[in-house]
Design a protein around this ligand. Structure first.
Ligand SMILES: Nc1ncnc2c1ncn2[C@@H]1O[C@H](COP(=O)(O)OP(=O)(O)OP(=O)(O)O)[C@@H](O)[C@H]1O
Ligand SMILES: [Mg+2]
Length: 307
Protein backbone atom coordinates (compact mmCIF):
# COMPACT_ATOMS: atom_id res chain seq x y z
CA UNK A 1 0.00 0.00 0.00
CA UNK A 2 1.33 3.43 -0.88
CA UNK A 3 0.96 6.48 1.35
CA UNK A 4 -1.84 8.88 0.58
CA UNK A 5 -0.86 11.36 3.31
CA UNK A 6 2.64 12.27 4.46
CA UNK A 7 3.04 14.43 7.54
CA UNK A 8 6.62 15.59 8.11
CA UNK A 9 7.92 17.38 11.20
CA UNK A 10 4.62 19.17 11.60
CA UNK A 11 4.55 21.91 14.25
CA UNK A 12 1.52 23.90 15.26
CA UNK A 13 2.05 26.76 17.66
CA UNK A 14 -1.07 28.84 18.36
CA UNK A 15 -1.01 32.63 18.72
CA UNK A 16 -0.80 32.32 22.50
CA UNK A 17 2.48 30.38 22.01
CA UNK A 18 0.89 27.08 22.90
CA UNK A 19 2.52 24.19 21.03
CA UNK A 20 -0.31 21.88 20.02
CA UNK A 21 1.71 19.76 17.59
CA UNK A 22 5.34 19.02 18.24
CA UNK A 23 7.27 17.58 15.27
CA UNK A 24 4.61 15.15 14.19
CA UNK A 25 5.59 12.56 11.60
CA UNK A 26 2.93 10.26 10.28
CA UNK A 27 2.30 8.40 7.03
CA UNK A 28 -1.21 7.30 6.21
CA UNK A 29 -1.67 4.44 3.80
CA UNK A 30 -4.10 4.48 0.94
CA UNK A 31 -7.27 2.65 1.83
CA UNK A 32 -6.64 2.14 5.51
CA UNK A 33 -8.66 3.10 8.56
CA UNK A 34 -6.39 4.75 11.09
CA UNK A 35 -7.60 5.75 14.53
CA UNK A 36 -6.01 8.66 16.36
CA UNK A 37 -6.27 8.09 20.07
CA UNK A 38 -5.35 10.60 22.71
CA UNK A 39 -6.75 12.38 25.75
CA UNK A 40 -8.53 15.75 25.59
CA UNK A 41 -6.21 18.45 24.34
CA UNK A 42 -3.70 15.95 22.88
CA UNK A 43 -3.73 17.69 19.50
CA UNK A 44 -6.02 15.46 17.42
CA UNK A 45 -8.26 18.23 16.07
CA UNK A 46 -5.24 20.48 15.53
CA UNK A 47 -3.62 17.76 13.43
CA UNK A 48 -6.75 17.25 11.35
CA UNK A 49 -7.16 21.00 10.85
CA UNK A 50 -3.60 21.28 9.56
CA UNK A 51 -3.97 18.40 7.12
CA UNK A 52 -7.30 19.72 5.88
CA UNK A 53 -5.78 23.17 5.45
CA UNK A 54 -8.29 24.94 7.69
CA UNK A 55 -5.66 26.13 10.12
CA UNK A 56 -2.19 27.38 9.29
CA UNK A 57 0.89 25.22 9.66
CA UNK A 58 3.66 26.71 11.81
CA UNK A 59 6.41 24.56 10.27
CA UNK A 60 6.86 21.22 8.60
CA UNK A 61 5.14 19.75 5.57
CA UNK A 62 1.98 17.88 4.78
CA UNK A 63 1.41 16.14 1.47
CA UNK A 64 -1.84 14.68 0.25
CA UNK A 65 -1.38 12.43 -2.79
CA UNK A 66 1.92 14.19 -3.27
CA UNK A 67 0.44 17.69 -3.26
CA UNK A 68 1.56 20.16 -0.62
CA UNK A 69 -1.46 21.20 1.48
CA UNK A 70 -0.29 24.81 1.77
CA UNK A 71 0.93 25.42 -1.74
CA UNK A 72 -1.68 23.34 -3.54
CA UNK A 73 -4.57 23.85 -1.18
CA UNK A 74 -7.37 23.57 -3.74
CA UNK A 75 -6.07 20.25 -5.02
CA UNK A 76 -5.62 18.72 -1.59
CA UNK A 77 -8.86 20.09 -0.13
CA UNK A 78 -10.70 18.53 -3.06
CA UNK A 79 -9.40 15.11 -2.10
CA UNK A 80 -10.56 15.40 1.50
CA UNK A 81 -13.91 15.15 3.24
CA UNK A 82 -14.13 16.36 6.82
CA UNK A 83 -16.71 15.57 9.47
CA UNK A 84 -15.90 18.13 12.15
CA UNK A 85 -16.03 17.48 15.89
CA UNK A 86 -18.67 20.14 16.46
CA UNK A 87 -22.09 19.69 14.87
CA UNK A 88 -22.21 22.53 12.37
CA UNK A 89 -25.43 22.53 10.39
CA UNK A 90 -27.99 25.05 9.22
CA UNK A 91 -31.07 24.17 11.32
CA UNK A 92 -33.70 25.26 8.81
CA UNK A 93 -32.10 23.86 5.71
CA UNK A 94 -33.46 20.67 4.19
CA UNK A 95 -31.23 17.59 4.04
CA UNK A 96 -31.13 17.36 0.26
CA UNK A 97 -30.40 21.05 -0.22
CA UNK A 98 -27.70 20.98 2.39
CA UNK A 99 -25.85 18.06 0.82
CA UNK A 100 -26.25 19.49 -2.67
CA UNK A 101 -24.89 22.82 -1.49
CA UNK A 102 -21.79 21.15 -0.03
CA UNK A 103 -21.04 19.56 -3.40
CA UNK A 104 -21.46 22.91 -5.15
CA UNK A 105 -19.00 24.51 -2.74
CA UNK A 106 -16.32 22.29 -4.21
CA UNK A 107 -17.29 23.33 -7.69
CA UNK A 108 -18.19 19.77 -8.64
CA UNK A 109 -20.48 19.05 -11.55
CA UNK A 110 -24.04 18.31 -10.50
CA UNK A 111 -24.60 14.58 -9.95
CA UNK A 112 -27.94 13.89 -8.32
CA UNK A 113 -27.48 10.17 -8.85
CA UNK A 114 -24.38 10.12 -6.71
CA UNK A 115 -26.02 12.16 -3.96
CA UNK A 116 -29.13 9.97 -4.03
CA UNK A 117 -27.00 6.85 -3.59
CA UNK A 118 -25.04 8.52 -0.84
CA UNK A 119 -28.19 9.44 1.09
CA UNK A 120 -29.55 5.93 0.60
CA UNK A 121 -26.33 4.42 1.91
CA UNK A 122 -26.58 6.60 4.99
CA UNK A 123 -30.29 5.78 5.45
CA UNK A 124 -31.17 9.43 4.93
CA UNK A 125 -33.09 9.17 1.68
CA UNK A 126 -36.51 9.17 3.30
CA UNK A 127 -35.47 12.25 5.28
CA UNK A 128 -34.27 14.22 2.28
CA UNK A 129 -37.05 16.80 2.47
CA UNK A 130 -36.93 17.27 6.23
CA UNK A 131 -35.33 20.29 7.79
CA UNK A 132 -32.18 19.47 9.74
CA UNK A 133 -33.62 20.83 12.98
CA UNK A 134 -36.23 18.05 12.93
CA UNK A 135 -33.66 15.25 12.83
CA UNK A 136 -32.31 13.28 15.77
CA UNK A 137 -28.70 13.76 16.87
CA UNK A 138 -27.60 10.56 15.13
CA UNK A 139 -29.31 11.56 11.89
CA UNK A 140 -27.59 14.95 12.04
CA UNK A 141 -24.26 13.16 12.26
CA UNK A 142 -25.18 11.18 9.17
CA UNK A 143 -25.99 14.44 7.37
CA UNK A 144 -22.51 15.69 8.29
CA UNK A 145 -21.02 12.54 6.79
CA UNK A 146 -23.14 12.97 3.64
CA UNK A 147 -21.96 16.57 3.33
CA UNK A 148 -18.35 15.51 3.84
CA UNK A 149 -18.69 12.91 1.09
CA UNK A 150 -20.76 15.06 -1.27
CA UNK A 151 -17.77 15.94 -3.47
CA UNK A 152 -16.53 12.33 -3.75
CA UNK A 153 -13.35 12.72 -1.72
CA UNK A 154 -10.76 9.93 -1.49
CA UNK A 155 -9.99 10.67 2.13
CA UNK A 156 -12.45 11.10 4.97
CA UNK A 157 -11.58 12.62 8.32
CA UNK A 158 -14.01 11.88 11.11
CA UNK A 159 -13.33 13.89 14.25
CA UNK A 160 -15.11 11.92 16.98
CA UNK A 161 -17.91 10.63 14.80
CA UNK A 162 -19.71 8.85 17.59
CA UNK A 163 -19.38 11.20 20.56
CA UNK A 164 -22.67 11.16 22.41
CA UNK A 165 -24.18 8.61 20.06
CA UNK A 166 -25.99 5.59 21.52
CA UNK A 167 -24.71 2.03 21.17
CA UNK A 168 -27.00 1.07 18.29
CA UNK A 169 -26.15 4.12 16.26
CA UNK A 170 -22.49 3.72 17.00
CA UNK A 171 -22.63 0.24 15.50
CA UNK A 172 -24.44 1.66 12.48
CA UNK A 173 -21.70 4.24 12.13
CA UNK A 174 -19.06 1.51 12.25
CA UNK A 175 -20.69 -0.36 9.42
CA UNK A 176 -20.98 2.85 7.39
CA UNK A 177 -17.26 3.49 7.95
CA UNK A 178 -16.33 -0.06 6.99
CA UNK A 179 -18.42 0.20 3.85
CA UNK A 180 -16.64 3.41 2.88
CA UNK A 181 -13.34 1.63 3.33
CA UNK A 182 -14.60 -1.09 0.98
CA UNK A 183 -15.35 1.64 -1.54
CA UNK A 184 -11.67 2.58 -1.33
CA UNK A 185 -11.95 5.67 0.89
CA UNK A 186 -9.03 6.24 3.28
CA UNK A 187 -10.38 7.01 6.74
CA UNK A 188 -8.81 8.85 9.63
CA UNK A 189 -10.89 9.01 12.76
CA UNK A 190 -10.40 10.29 16.25
CA UNK A 191 -12.22 8.72 19.09
CA UNK A 192 -12.36 8.48 22.85
CA UNK A 193 -14.04 5.11 22.63
CA UNK A 194 -11.17 2.69 22.51
CA UNK A 195 -13.61 -0.07 21.72
CA UNK A 196 -14.33 1.82 18.51
CA UNK A 197 -10.68 1.74 17.46
CA UNK A 198 -10.57 -1.91 18.41
CA UNK A 199 -13.61 -2.66 16.25
CA UNK A 200 -12.78 -0.81 13.06
CA UNK A 201 -9.21 0.48 12.82
CA UNK A 202 -6.41 -1.17 10.85
CA UNK A 203 -3.78 0.95 12.57
CA UNK A 204 -3.70 3.02 15.70
CA UNK A 205 -1.73 6.17 16.42
CA UNK A 206 -1.49 7.38 19.99
CA UNK A 207 -0.98 11.11 20.46
CA UNK A 208 -0.34 12.99 23.69
CA UNK A 209 0.88 16.55 24.34
CA UNK A 210 1.21 17.13 20.59
CA UNK A 211 3.52 14.17 20.06
CA UNK A 212 2.85 10.88 18.35
CA UNK A 213 3.86 8.28 20.91
CA UNK A 214 3.26 5.22 18.84
CA UNK A 215 1.83 4.02 15.53
CA UNK A 216 1.22 0.38 14.88
CA UNK A 217 -1.17 -2.14 13.42
CA UNK A 218 -3.94 -2.70 15.91
CA UNK A 219 -3.28 -6.42 16.08
CA UNK A 220 0.45 -5.91 16.67
CA UNK A 221 -0.26 -3.44 19.39
CA UNK A 222 -2.56 -5.79 21.18
CA UNK A 223 -0.29 -8.81 20.87
CA UNK A 224 2.93 -6.89 21.65
CA UNK A 225 1.78 -4.79 24.55
CA UNK A 226 -0.92 -6.84 26.05
CA UNK A 227 -0.39 -8.50 29.39
CA UNK A 228 -2.08 -11.76 30.16
CA UNK A 229 -3.30 -12.92 33.50
CA UNK A 230 -3.80 -16.55 34.37
CA UNK A 231 -6.26 -17.16 37.16
CA UNK A 232 -5.89 -20.50 38.89
CA UNK A 233 -8.89 -21.59 40.93
CA UNK A 234 -7.91 -23.77 43.86
CA UNK A 235 -9.86 -26.05 46.18
CA UNK A 236 -8.77 -24.15 49.28
CA UNK A 237 -7.99 -20.57 50.16
CA UNK A 238 -4.21 -20.30 50.36
CA UNK A 239 -2.67 -18.62 53.41
CA UNK A 240 0.76 -18.24 51.84
CA UNK A 241 2.67 -19.10 48.72
CA UNK A 242 4.82 -22.24 48.98
CA UNK A 243 8.54 -21.59 48.66
CA UNK A 244 8.78 -23.54 45.39
CA UNK A 245 6.37 -21.05 43.75
CA UNK A 246 7.96 -17.82 45.00
CA UNK A 247 9.67 -16.93 41.71
CA UNK A 248 6.36 -16.70 39.88
CA UNK A 249 5.20 -13.60 41.83
CA UNK A 250 1.74 -15.04 42.27
CA UNK A 251 -1.04 -13.05 43.86
CA UNK A 252 -3.07 -14.70 46.59
CA UNK A 253 -6.42 -13.55 47.93
CA UNK A 254 -7.68 -13.48 51.49
CA UNK A 255 -11.22 -14.55 50.78
CA UNK A 256 -11.08 -16.18 47.38
CA UNK A 257 -9.92 -19.62 46.34
CA UNK A 258 -7.66 -18.45 43.59
CA UNK A 259 -4.16 -17.41 42.52
CA UNK A 260 -3.21 -14.97 39.80
CA UNK A 261 -0.18 -15.06 37.54
CA UNK A 262 0.80 -12.24 35.11
CA UNK A 263 2.81 -12.91 31.97
CA UNK A 264 3.39 -11.14 28.67
CA UNK A 265 1.54 -12.36 25.65
CA UNK A 266 4.44 -11.85 23.26
CA UNK A 267 7.00 -14.24 24.72
CA UNK A 268 7.22 -17.85 23.68
CA UNK A 269 8.06 -18.80 27.22
CA UNK A 270 5.06 -18.00 29.32
CA UNK A 271 6.13 -20.15 32.23
CA UNK A 272 2.67 -21.59 32.52
CA UNK A 273 3.63 -25.23 32.08
CA UNK A 274 6.29 -25.05 34.77
CA UNK A 275 4.00 -23.12 37.05
CA UNK A 276 1.20 -25.64 36.77
CA UNK A 277 3.44 -28.61 37.36
CA UNK A 278 5.06 -26.89 40.39
CA UNK A 279 1.60 -26.15 41.77
CA UNK A 280 0.71 -29.79 41.40
CA UNK A 281 3.84 -31.04 43.10
CA UNK A 282 3.39 -28.56 45.94
CA UNK A 283 0.15 -30.32 46.78
CA UNK A 284 -2.22 -27.45 45.92
CA UNK A 285 -5.44 -28.82 44.47
CA UNK A 286 -6.45 -27.10 41.29
CA UNK A 287 -10.09 -26.73 40.16
CA UNK A 288 -9.93 -24.60 37.02
CA UNK A 289 -7.81 -22.08 35.11
CA UNK A 290 -8.75 -19.01 33.10
CA UNK A 291 -6.74 -16.47 31.09
CA UNK A 292 -7.54 -12.85 30.46
CA UNK A 293 -5.80 -10.48 28.07
CA UNK A 294 -5.48 -6.76 28.84
CA UNK A 295 -7.70 -4.63 26.64
CA UNK A 296 -6.62 -1.94 24.23
CA UNK A 297 -7.98 0.51 26.79
CA UNK A 298 -5.52 -0.70 29.43
CA UNK A 299 -2.67 -0.59 26.90
CA UNK A 300 -3.62 2.95 25.91
CA UNK A 301 -3.77 4.18 29.51
CA UNK A 302 -0.34 2.70 30.13
CA UNK A 303 1.22 4.33 27.05
CA UNK A 304 -0.19 7.75 27.92
CA UNK A 305 0.74 7.47 31.60
CA UNK A 306 4.30 6.49 30.73
CA UNK A 307 4.67 9.58 28.57
N1 LIG B 1 -7.14 28.35 18.51
C1 LIG B 1 -6.43 27.93 19.55
N2 LIG B 1 -5.66 28.80 20.25
C2 LIG B 1 -4.91 28.37 21.28
N3 LIG B 1 -4.85 27.09 21.71
C3 LIG B 1 -5.59 26.19 21.06
C4 LIG B 1 -6.42 26.56 19.94
N4 LIG B 1 -7.03 25.46 19.49
C5 LIG B 1 -6.60 24.45 20.28
N5 LIG B 1 -5.75 24.88 21.22
C6 LIG B 1 -5.07 24.08 22.25
O1 LIG B 1 -4.31 23.08 21.62
C7 LIG B 1 -4.37 21.87 22.36
C8 LIG B 1 -4.83 20.75 21.45
O2 LIG B 1 -6.20 20.98 21.11
P1 LIG B 1 -6.99 20.02 20.15
O3 LIG B 1 -8.33 20.58 19.94
O4 LIG B 1 -6.16 19.73 18.96
O5 LIG B 1 -7.07 18.69 21.06
P2 LIG B 1 -7.87 17.34 20.82
O6 LIG B 1 -6.89 16.23 20.94
O7 LIG B 1 -8.69 17.42 19.60
O8 LIG B 1 -8.80 17.30 22.12
P3 LIG B 1 -10.31 16.74 22.31
O9 LIG B 1 -10.17 15.28 22.54
O10 LIG B 1 -10.77 17.46 23.53
O11 LIG B 1 -11.10 17.09 21.09
C9 LIG B 1 -5.30 22.14 23.53
O12 LIG B 1 -4.52 22.41 24.67
C10 LIG B 1 -6.07 23.34 23.11
O13 LIG B 1 -6.47 24.12 24.21
MG1 LIG C 1 -10.66 17.39 19.20
Amino acid sequence: MSNIIEIQNLMKVYDNNYTALDKVNLSIKKGEIIALLGPNGAGKTSLISNVCGISSITSGNVFVEGYNVEKEYRKTRDLIGLVPQELSLEPFEKVWASVKFSRQLFGKKRNDNYLENLLKKLSLWDKKNQIIKSLSGGMKRRVLIAKALSHEPKILFLDEPTAGVDVELRKDMWSIIKELKNDGVTIILTTHYIEEAEMIADRIAVINNGKILLVDKKDNLISKMSKKTLTIYTKQILKSIPHSLKKFNLRIFKNEKKLEYDYTASGNKTGITTLLSKIKSSGIELIDVQTRQSTLEEIFVEIVNND
